[in-house]
Design a binder for this molecule. Sequence first.
Ligand code: MD6
Ligand code: FE
Length: 210
Amino acid sequence: MTARLMVRGFDIRKSWLDEAAQHDIIAALRPVLRAAPLMRPVTPRGRPMSVRMTAAGRLGWITDASGYRYAAQHPQGTQWPAIPEPVLRIWSDLVSPERMPDCCLINFYGPEARMGLHQDKDEGDFSWPVLSVSLGDDGLFRMGGPRRGGKTESLWLGSGDVVVMGGEARLAYHGIDRIRPGSSRLLPKGGRLNLTLRVVDQGAMEQQPT
Ligand code: MD6
Ligand code: FE
């Protein structure tokens, strides 16, 4: 059973995906991860992130010494694979069938991984929401407001949960404090996968690093 929760403008759909739908997505992600292997990104300040990352779609979000930006190629020099159909379907159902996302960022969390509080602000168009899909182990999701240092609220995201971050929440700070290793059996080797779908837009191919 799915349930809807609104927290600080974050539209949270608990158990939006049933187990069969989750397995379908994992199967569809397997060739994507073969074509575009997960890598450990390094922040512009030279700190390796604890999550591993890759992408699908026209553009992928990357970070390295030259900054955060969207790029048309995986750092290995290949185009990003297409965003799998069952993932696009979630976007059509919850956001819009009129405009498909340009990027599906794929984050993998091992037992020690976390994601510090951040805004998603490298896109050229904030009128579209960012949609996130959680798969595998539970992750403790922290939600704040438009300014760093404001009040926050946390909620465990489980496998199959979907979050739509739009409207007043589009530029809200958010992050993952920790995961609960071993809480799901969806991924044979454990861990948490998070997919975020974004409309990037603007002459994004020429985008300057931030
Ligand atoms: C995560 N999520 O759940 C990290 N970004 O692993 C995000 O950073 C995120 O959940 C934009 C919109 C929704 C999100
Ligand atoms: Fe984010």
